[in-house]
Write a protein of this length. Sequence first.
Length: 375
Amino acid sequence: MLRTVAALALEASLSRLAVLAAATGAVAAVVAVPATAQALEFVPCSATALRNAITRANTTPGPATLYLSYGCTYQLTVEDNPGNGLPAVTSEIDVIGNRSTIRRASTTVNFRIFEVRGPGGDLTLRNLTVRDGRSTSGGAGGGGIAVAFGSRATLDNVEVTRNQALATGPGGGIAAGGTLALRNSTVSYNIAQDNGGGVFANGPLTLSNTTVTGNTARAQAGGIDVHETLVATNSRVTDNSDREGAGGIQVREGAAATLTDTLVRGNTTARNSGGGGAAGGIVNLGSLSLERTTVFANWALGSDSQAGGIYNLGATASATLRNSSVTHNLSGTAAESAGGVYNSGGTVSLTATPVTDNLPSNCAPSSPAVAGCTG
């Protein structure tokens, strides 16, 4: 598809802006124009302009790129459609944020910021902040961003912060039934009334150089709730909390999580009753693999909390830890609990992985016992 005269004019304008930015030191204000032919639009600093631009992108054949105004706050004061502050994304849209913020005004009704719908929704967000969304649509969740089954979202250098999933919705920051990838991003201080304070992932989830921190789930999985696959590389899951399951990461039955060069630190759970068990760092009911990963200083504070670091639960649960460490974690007062790794019916393999200095024990009284773990 040939680019329009308006698109070519925009490229020329962006080139002039790049020269100006280089001269003033504001290099981050300009993002290079994609080499592929696609619809290009500069979005003025106005919530209405942003809504209109997304609507046009949805109805224009082929992918579209939207360039936001540098440093602008796009403040949403009304719903665009039920439950959403912006038009639902139904096509391929790349939003270049240029250090802008998209937020819900605190004085308006509750709604999330973005919804990506299948089957054609494909949203990429770059270099911006998404904050203060509040979803109220029950099971759909996603206080800041909802990614429906059959759609996809990619976040690069994005902060998703201080969003809430109200009612029974999961995913305080992001709820994804489709494919979700986070690169160089932060998911922080979000709250879910249900599961997944930071991220609820019911589809494939990829983290690269990403931090999930300070999120809260009123039920399970303060940081990340994994229902299909999680692949995390060079990332951090820190200082998240929940009341019933895993403060940091919960890997559901039949799901798989692979963590490489990743830190799981300072997460807490406080389960006091109800059975099923809980852990400060990670609860694994599926398949868990750690490589060069640190599980450090996580706390399971409730009377029905079984592990400070990792709880491997169920006959089909398997945890493989290589070149990693599980240290200085603390479990609660439950009779069957361990500070470091507690195995209940599954299999745990340790290779070059010390489990030390955990309280009240490292792995005892796991059943089966964790080979290579003392005390």
